[in-house]
Ligand binder design. Sequence first.
Ligand code: NAP
Length: 538
Amino acid sequence: MPDINAASELDAIVIGAGFAGMYQLICLRDRLGLNVKVLEAGAGVGGTWYWNRYPGARCDSESHAYWYTFSPELMKDWEWSERYPEQPEIMRYLNFVADRFDLKKDISFNTRVASAHYDQAANRWRVRTENGQSHTAKYLITAVGCLSTANVPKIPGLENFAGDWYHTGEWPHEGVDFTGKRVGLIGTGSTGIQATPVIAAQAKHLTVFQRTANYSVPARNVPLTGEFKNYIKTHTAEIRQATHETPNGHTFKIENRLAFDVTPEERDSIYEAAWAKGGLQFRAVFQDMMVNKAANDTAADFIKRKIRQIVKDPATAALLSDIDHPYAAKRPPIDTGYFEAFNRPNVSLVDVKTNPIQEILPGGLRTAAASYDLDIIVFATGFDAMTGPMLRMDIQGRDGQTLKDAWEAGPRNYLGLQVAGFPNLFTITGPGSPSVLCNMPVAIEQHADWISDCIAHMRAKGLEKIEATTAAMDEWVAHVNDAANATLLPQATHSWYLGANVPGKPRVFMPYAGGMARYRDICTNVASQGYKGFALSP
Ligand code: NAP
C-alpha cells in the first residue's frame, strides 16, 4: 500500500476535506483523471461540521437543499430525516459520500498546511505541512472554508480561569456535560442562538453575555414526512435547478412584491405567515427587504414585537429587542426556542455592550458593573471569517510575494477565485464570491466545477499557467464593493462580513452580494470568452 504521507509530485493539491475539498477531489480525480491529494487538518472529513459540534449545531439551510446535487443517484440514495439536518447527520452524510466515491484514500488527515510557496522556475506549488510532509503540484486549490478560524477574544485573565472553557468552533468530540454547572455563554450570533436553549435545558444556570442584540426567526424544524422524502427522490433535477436559479442558492424564491405594495394589515399577515412557516425564507417575502431601509424596518419591527411578546421579563425583552442594524444585514439566525429560553428561571441575560467584559477571573468573569460565578465559559464568538483560514497559512506567490501583503488592506482577487501574482492557485468560496451569502454547497459545486472545467481547458490547449490580471482583479473588487453598497448589508457595521468582529482586521465587505445566479452567469461568460481577465500561458 502506498504511503499517503510520503513526499510527492502531484497534479493538484486540495487543502481541506469539507464539502468543497471532497467535491473538488471527485471533479479532478474522477472526471479529469488527475493525480490529486487532499490535505486535511482534522482526523476525518466534514470541514466546518467536523469542528462545530457544539450543542444544538444544526444547519440553517433546509436539508433537501444542503447537499451535493451533481449526482441524481446520490440524491436518491441518501435520505434526510429532518427539515434541517443536525450536525451528526451531516457528518454521516459526508462520510457516506466519502465512502461511496472512495475519497479517503486520497486524503491525508491530521495534516495542517503550514506553507505553500510558488516556485516560479518550475511553475509548481511547494506545500509543507506542520507534520513534516512536503508535496509539489501544478495546481493548488484551497477549500479551507469561510468560517474555520476560531475567534477567541483576548480577554485578560483567561489563562487563570479555574473552570473549563470552549470555543464552539473547536468543540470537544466527546461532548461537554453541563449538568449542575454554572455556564457563561458569550456571543449571540447564529451559534450562540442555537446553543442557548440546549445548554439551558441541561445547565444549573446559564448566563448569556450579549454585546449586540440579534434578530432570530423560528426554524420550525420537523421530521420529514414520507411524502416529502418521496418528493425529493422524484424531483432531484427540479431541486438542483431551483438552487441554481435563486439569488441565494436556496430552493425558495424571493417574492416580486414590494413591502409598501400592500397595506400594513396585509404586510403583518404576510409576516405572520412567514413566522409560522419559519426559516431563512422570512427575508424572501418582500423583494425590497434588503435594499430599502424603510421596507426592512417593517420586518425588523415585526420581529422586535415578537421578541417582546415571547419574553416575559420586560427588562430582558427590552435588551433582546434593542437591535441596532437592519434585519438580515448580519447573517440572520434561525432558532428553536431561543427567546423562549429567557423565560426559564435558570437563564439570565447580561448586557456587555454597556458594560463590556473586563476580565476573566479564576471563578468566573467580571464586567465594570458586576461579577459572575461560572464553572464553564462557552465562547460563541465567531470566526476570523473568509480571510482568516487563508492567511494563517504562509502562502507566497510570484517573486516571493505573500498573500498577507497582497491582502494587507483587505482581500483582493478576481471572481473570488484567483489573486494576481499567485498563478495556478484557486480559492474555493473565497472572499469576492457569493460564498457565505449563498447556500454553501451550491456555491461550492459551482466553484469546483468551474475550476475543474478551467483545468480541463488548459490541458486540452496545452496551457500550463493561469493567473488573474491585475486589471481584472481591480475591476472585480470595484464590482464587489458596488454590489454590497447597493444593499443594506454594509449597514451592519460590526458584522463579520466586514471583518469588523476581529480587532485590527481591515473593514472590507468580503462576500459578493450580487446574487449567486448572476455570479454563475458572470463566471460562465468569463470562461466562454477564453477566460477573459486571466492570463493563460504555455
Ligand atoms: P458571529 O455571528 O460572529 O457571532 C459572534 C458573537 O459573539 C456576536 O454576538 C459578537 O458580538 C459576540 N462577541 C464576539 N466577541 C465578543 C466579545 N469580546 N465580547 C462579547 N461578545 C463578543 O459568530 P457565530 O454565531 O459563530 O456565527 C458565524 C457564522 O457561522 C454565522 O453567521 C453563519 O454564517 C455560520 N453559522 C451557521 C450556522 C448554521 O447554518 N446552522 C450555525 C452557526 C453559525 P458582536 O455582534 O457585538 O460582534
